[in-house]
Design a protein around this ligand. Structure first.
Ligand SMILES: [Zn+2]
Length: 323
């Protein structure tokens, strides 16, 4: 049996025909043009048509869609998708109408975590914590081999725990003081630009070739390691918030592995090390006895694979309920 695994990020929509063992049979990728929900659903439908065309006549039993959003899988409604600028969008319905089949919406990180659990860095373990730092901060919990969803489908959102309870920075989710507002790549760049606008970090500006719009998190790490005081302040704050938050998560969940990934963590080696050290320093001793920190290994494929595998599970579960 085969399923469709779909990933809707901030820039691309990707669709794959996924085999029962998680193998990606065909993959198609489309750049998102307009961010309007209908336009994104059209774009996904084109990618799906291309992936199906290349797979030639396979039977599809389910369709899983990972979206970079806080959403409710049982209603198919996206609550907040900062990268897409969406609030309360019935994306499941829009997709279902275009694809002519039921779709199962899930958070993109949940899909990626499930892919890593099944065939990647979490293989062989049933209790995992996955934390990805890219343009945002995403995370997912797998407990006893199952994704933890919560009553509304938004459990495990490490990016939106509060690290500054009063007067914190505005997060993409609309709330104040979230971890993502300090540690997500998008917000880090914003903090760097504010710093440079106040002439607070000559080194950072120099590394970006004098152009504030060219600043990346890599420049921030370099400037901080070179001792630039403004850059050190922003970088240390991010590093400490992230280290303590992840450590507290480890204390709470006692996972066998912490899987780290995402563009910011993979391009900032000192930050990756600091997060791992922070966990060793701040997590409770007893939660660390059989614990390992590992890197995600499947790259972009984990989300497609996880969405496809979860769609198969979901299709089989609903089949059992109806018959
Ligand atoms: Zn938030």
């Amino acid at each position: 049996v085969f399923t469709l695994g779909i990933d809707v990020g901030g820039t691309f929509a990707r669709a794959a025909v996924v085999a029962a063992d998680g193998r990606l049979v065909t993959v198609a990728k489309r750049a998102l043009g307009e961010r309007k929900p209908e336009a994104v659903a059209d774009c996904v439908a084109h990618a799906v048509a291309e992936a199906l065309e290349a797979a030639r006549g396979v039977t599809i039993i389910g369709c899983g869609v990972g979206v970079a959003a806080q959403l409710n899988p049982s209603t198919g409604r996206v609550r907040v998708a900062p990268n897409l600028g969406w609030r309360d969008v019935p994306f499941g319905e829009l997709l279902c109408a275009r694809l002519g089949r039921p779709v199962w919406l899930l958070n993109d990180l949940s899909a990626a975590a499930y892919g890593e659990f099944y065939a990647g860095a979490g293989r062989g373990q049933r209790d995992l914590l996955t934390v990805f730092v890219g343009s945002g901060v995403g995370s997912a919990i797998i407990a006893n081999g199952q994704l933890v969803a919560g009553i509304g489908g938004v459990a495990g959102e490490l990016g939106h725990i509060k690290v500054v309870p009063e007067g914190g920075r505005r997060c993409g989710c609309g709330e104040l003081g979230c971890l993502e507002a300090y540690a997500g790549g998008h917000n880090l760049i914003e903090q760097c630009r504010e710093l440079v606008a106040q002439a607070g970090s000559p080194k950072l500006l120099a590394l970006a070739g004098g152009d504030p719009s060219a600043i990346t998190p890599v420049h921030l790490e370099e400037a901080a390691l070179a001792g630039d005081p403004g850059a050190v302040r922003v970088y240390h704050q991010m590093r400490d918030f992230l280290g303590v938050a992840v450590a507290n998560y480890v204390t709470m969940l006692n996972p066998a592995r912490l899987i780290l990934g995402g563009g910011v963590l993979s391009r900032l080696p000192a930050l990756r090390r600091s997060v791992a050290e922070g966990v060793q320093r701040y997590a409770s001793r007893v939660s660390l006895t059989e614990f390992q920190v590992v890197d995600a290994v499947l790259g972009d494929d984990s989300g497609l694979m996880g969405a496809g595998l979860l769609a198969a599970q979901h299709a089989q579960a609903s089949h059992r309920i109806t018959h």
